[in-house]
Design a protein around this ligand. Structure first.
Ligand code: UDP
Ligand code: GLC
Length: 424
């Protein structure tokens, strides 16, 4: 198979990256093959999918994406030149939620059928990358069926806040048995995996990286004019609408800040419509009137962030990573974020941003008031935050770290010929 000699060189030298190596040989072959088959269960544009978009674009000459649901993620991948197929999951599998316990187990027959279909696609590729839990369950079984290594990209905290006990146990056992590696999007995510019973030796931490060029320095008033937004102190929330993302905390804080407006950017992506409706009721309850604007899902986040005085993150459960926190820093605006999970690895309180206890509307109001009252201090915080985000969370660094993990998996595989033989 092409690329094998290259892989041996790579293992010996341990420096070159696997994607560059394979892309160099196979860039002209159609359809793309011999690289990675990326699998994601979602068709929406959540943070996990936006991160995969950058990774899949990087590997597009040799690799492809399979989605288990259709949606705006598909055209976004296609626009990026990525080959994408939708293998619609059976309704029973689609209905499984993170909190499902026994119901999830009952979907086993559907999972087996799905994994058989996926295995057929995966034969063209050397490795299966699973971007979500559901994708991992299906992908792990497909990989075992055809002898391909499977990498699980774990972007969620395996804690009771987010998953049922049976769900955590099942997926961790599967990972211990079948994953060649578990890529975690933060140390907090990695720690939660190990606490849930996952093997520490399987884990590599690869932080999300964001394209800094998408966040050029922008004048606040100019951004507001472009968006036709009124003048006045404005804070922005940039998360999908979900109870654990805690947009209600921002609305509670606004009730204590009569001169502050808010942009609530994001939509209910995974069926949290009741929560979205409850946010509007809360606005009425606090009589916030036109001080709050719900803008739905937007593709112009950098411009919207530039129009804000402060970017806020209000998750009430530990955030696994928090791309919007990094983006807020890149936009050159001071960030106030909930002190838990991966956010602690992004923000140093008082230096690159402000941390508040999760769910504490009073503390959020105090932090917002303090930043608005001392603009020079807020500007210093924002500038340090931006420099840190550019240096530590760049897209290039993420791609290099990711590539390194894939290279390690492939090299380890070549050292175990029995496994490699089974693959061909
Ligand atoms: N986002 C977006 N449009 C919106 C709201 C959010 O493009 O209307 C993006 C946001 O810029 C970020 C991602 O969605 O890149 C959310 O990722 P994050 O890690 O913050 O949270 P997740 O939703 O993945 O839990
Ligand atoms: C998940 C997490 C989020 C993270 C994103 C990208 O959606 O909820 O915290 O930033 O994945 O890894």
């Amino acid at each position: 198979m092409p690329g094998r000699g290259c892989m041996l060189t790579l293992c010996a030298a341990g420096r070159a990256t696997w994607s560059a190596c394979v892309a160099g040989e196979e860039a002209t072959s159609k359809p793309p093959r011999d690289g990675i088959l990326f699998v994601d269960h979602a068709g929406v544009l959540g943070g996990a999918e936006l991160s995969l978009l950058d990774i899949a674009r990087h590997y597009r000459d040799t690799s492809a994406v399979v989605l288990l649901a259709d949606g705006p993620f598909r055209p976004a991948l296609e626009e990026a030149g990525v080959h994408v197929d939708v293998l619609l999951a059976e309704p029973r599998l689609r209905a499984v939620r993170r909190s499902s316990g026994v119901g999830g187990a009952l979907a086993l027959a559907a999972v087996m059928r799905e994994s058989r279909r996926l295995a057929e696609r995966a034969r063209l590729y050397r490795l299966i990358h699973c971007n979500s839990q559901k994708a991992f369950v299906v992908g792990a079984l497909a990989g075992r069926r055809i002898g391909r290594p499977v990498v699980w990209h774990l972007r969620d905290m395996l804690t009771a806040d987010h998953f049922s006990r049976i769900g955590r146990l099942g997926v961790v056992r599967l990972a211990n048995a079948l994953a060649a590696r578990v890529i975690c999007n933060s140390q907090a995510t990695a720690d939660a995996f190990v606490r849930a019973g996952g093997r520490a030796g399987l884990v590599s931490v690869v932080y999300n990286g964001i394209d800094g060029e998408a966040f050029p320095p922008m004048d606040r008033e100019a951004a507001r004019r472009q968006l036709d937004l009124p003048a006045g102190c404005t804070v922005g929330s940039f998360s999908r609408l979900a109870p654990w993302k805690g947009q209600h905390v921002l609305l509670d804080a606004l009730a204590q800040l009569p001169d502050v407006r808010a942009l609530v950017v994001g939509d209910a992506l995974f069926g949290e419509d009741a929560y979205a409706a409850s946010l509007r009721t809360l606005c009425e309850h606090h009589r916030l009137g036109d001080r709050v604007r719900f803008l739905g899902f937007r593709r112009d986040v950098p411009l919207l962030m530039a129009a804000c005085d402060i970017v806020v993150h209000t998750a009430v459960a530990p955030e696994p990573f928090g791309r919007m926190v990094v983006e807020g820093m890149l936009s050159g605006r001071p960030v106030v974020a909930a002190d838990a999970g991966g956010v602690r690895e992004i923000v140093t309180d008082g230096r690159t941003g402000c941390l508040i206890p999760p769910g504490d509307a009073g503390a959020l109001a105090v932090a917002i008031r303090a930043l608005l009252a001392d603009r020079p201090a807020a500007d210093r915080l924002a500038a340090t935050g931006r420099a840190w985000a550019l240096a530590r969370f760049s897209r290039d660094r993420m791609l290099a770290d990711f590539d390194q993990v894939i290279a390690q998996v492939m090299c380890a595989r070549r050292r175990t010929p029995a496994a490699a033989d089974a693959a061909h």
